[in-house]
Ligand binder design. Sequence first.
Ligand SMILES: NC(=O)C1=CN([C@@H]2O[C@H](COP(=O)(O)OP(=O)(O)OC[C@H]3O[C@@H](n4cnc5c(N)ncnc54)[C@H](OP(=O)(O)O)[C@@H]3O)[C@@H](O)[C@H]2O)C=CC1
Ligand SMILES: O=C1OC[C@@H](O)[C@H](O)[C@H]1O
Length: 368
Amino acid sequence: MAFELRWGIISTGRIAMEFVKDLLVDPASRDVTDVAHKVVAVGSRSTESAQKFIDAYINGDNNVKAYGSYAEVFADKNVDAVYIGTPHTLHYENAVEALNAGKHVLCEKATTSNAAETKSLIKLAKEKKLFFMEALWTRFHPLTLELKKIAEEGTLGDPVVLHADLSADFHIEDKPLNHRMLDPKLGGGALLDLGPYPMFWAMLALYEHPSNKNARPTSVTGSILKSTITDVDASTSWTVNFTEHLKAQAILSCSMIAQTAHFGAVIRYKKGNIKVATPIFRPPSFTVEYFDGPGGNVVREETRSFSYVGGGWHFEADEVARCIKAGKIESDLWTHEKTIIIMETFDEVRRQGKYVLPEGVEKVDRVQ
Ligand SMILES: NC(=O)C1=CN([C@@H]2O[C@H](COP(=O)(O)OP(=O)(O)OC[C@H]3O[C@@H](n4cnc5c(N)ncnc54)[C@H](OP(=O)(O)O)[C@@H]3O)[C@@H](O)[C@H]2O)C=CC1
Ligand SMILES: O=C1OC[C@@H](O)[C@H](O)[C@H]1O
């Protein structure tokens, strides 16, 4: 009998819609039989919006509660886990409230405004013995699991350099100033929205590589180009070195004013490359190139492609359900530590690039 996780959703924006649509996909379509999902409540800043969301994406199911506040979702006894799909800078207070109400939490990326908030949330989750995870969905895709096996079985040797970019032209010139990509109060800009994905590939390929022995990054450099519309970052690049056990560097970038680059991520190993197709949040394929020797001539190339029913968010939902079923408070695949490292890196990039969030936005330890 599958363990059924009962979800409460807060917010009715684009990603909440994608996530809920995936919760409704039959787990059997992805060969999952141990866990299942049920949406029991949707909370929005207006009851009308919550009801519209239920009508549009949950087939108007009368058993799903429509609430005009997030607090009512947290208070609902039938909710086991809360999914947070609000803008980044609201995640902290939303997650604190959910955890204090005794709910497990899956929280969208960027987890919070800064690392101090993330650490504070994780401390609270531990105290309450509740599950907490950043919704880094790419980590749970079948493609990622397969790529990791190939990357770590030894033939390619250690990773040396990784390049990853995520850019998209958001046409910000046509957006209102309170749009979440433009408003500094909502943590607008490229880094907090798109940056988690280049950073994810660095974490997977470099941090998680067995030769790195879980060593944290040894240095970070960052450069920010501000938007001409508001004081958020339009294009950002950064490097992350892992030099304690590896000699490896990640060269990462993101932009909300450039078209998506033709390359996604390239991981360069001593004896080959892995090329991850774009878009790097949900790559359809990757190609492995094997070298003949030190000259770096490619002698063999293999491409693997992946497809499934749904958008790909259900894999992270399955992980949440499995962890909660097993009584875990964190995922082994996407640990609290990885989320903290990402947020610390973003703090440092913002510090170097002089992107300061407005007074009062960062609820814990404002970045100097
Ligand atoms: N994992 C992924 O693939 C993706 C993740 N994301 C992440 O999800 C979060 C939300 O992104 P997205 O869904 O695109 O954003 P949207 O603007 O589409 O939706 C955000 C929702 O948050 C709620 N909200 C609460 N307070 C505010 C506020 N002050 N301003 C605007 N909205 C508010 C609203 O719901 P209501 O009115 O019902 O309360 C709104 O619909 C971000 O942190 C982003 O990084 C985004 C896209 C993809
Ligand atoms: O998580 C995301 O992935 C896809 C992007 O389009 C989006 O802005 C971002 O939030």
